[in-house]
Design a protein around this ligand. Sequence first.
Ligand code: URA
Length: 215
Amino acid sequence: MLWNTIVESIRNCNKCMLHKSRTKPVPGEGNLDAVILFIGEAPGRQEDLSGRPFVGQAGKLLEVLLRSIGLRREEVFITNVVKCRPPNNRDPKEEEVRACSVHTQAIIRLIKPKVIVTLGNHSGKYVFSVLGGREWMSVSRMRGRIYELELRNLGKVLVIPTYHPAAALYNPKVRPALEKDFSLIVEAQERLAKIEESTAKGKPKSLLDFLRSKQ
Ligand code: URA
C-alpha cells in the first residue's frame, strides 16, 4: 500500500470514536525507507492541531535522544498506536489500539523496519502481545534489552521496548534508563551491519535469515 493511501484511509477511518473528537489525524512521518520505526502512544494537543507526531515537549526530548545516538528524526519513521488524539489526553483504550491496528500494520508493512522501538507501555504491549503473541509485562520489566520478535503477518524484527519520553519529563529519574535504551539502538544497528558484512562475504547469515531483507 502506498503512503498516501494509508494517510487517506486514516483520514476516512471511523473504526473507533476518537475520529469524532480529533482535530487532525496523525498518521506518522519520517523516512519511508527507515530501518528504525518508533511507535509512541497517541497524539497530544500539539500533534492534534498540527497533524504531526511528537511535536510537543515529549517530541523535543525524543529529538535530543535521537541526536545523542547520531540520528535525526527525518532519518527514522515515527508513528503512534492510535492516530487520533484521545479526549483530554487520556490513555488510549485497548479497543482503540486494536481498531487502529489495521493502520499500524499497514505502516509496518510499508516501512519494513528492521528495528522497532516501542515508547511506553501501550506501544510495548501492542507490539509484544497483539503483533508478537508474546507476554508483555511492564516497561520497567521488559526494557533494557533487544528482542528478536516474529510479528504476525509482518515478519521478524528487532524490538527495543523503552519508556515514553514523557515519563522522563514527569520523572527525571527515568532519563538514564531511556538513554541506555537508546544506546541499544546503536547496538542493534551494529548487529545488523555485521550480518550484512558477513553476508556480503558469503558467510553464514544467522540473524539475517531471521530478519526480512529490505527491497
Ligand atoms: N506522545 C505520543 O505518544 N505521541 C505523540 O505523537 C506525541 C506525544
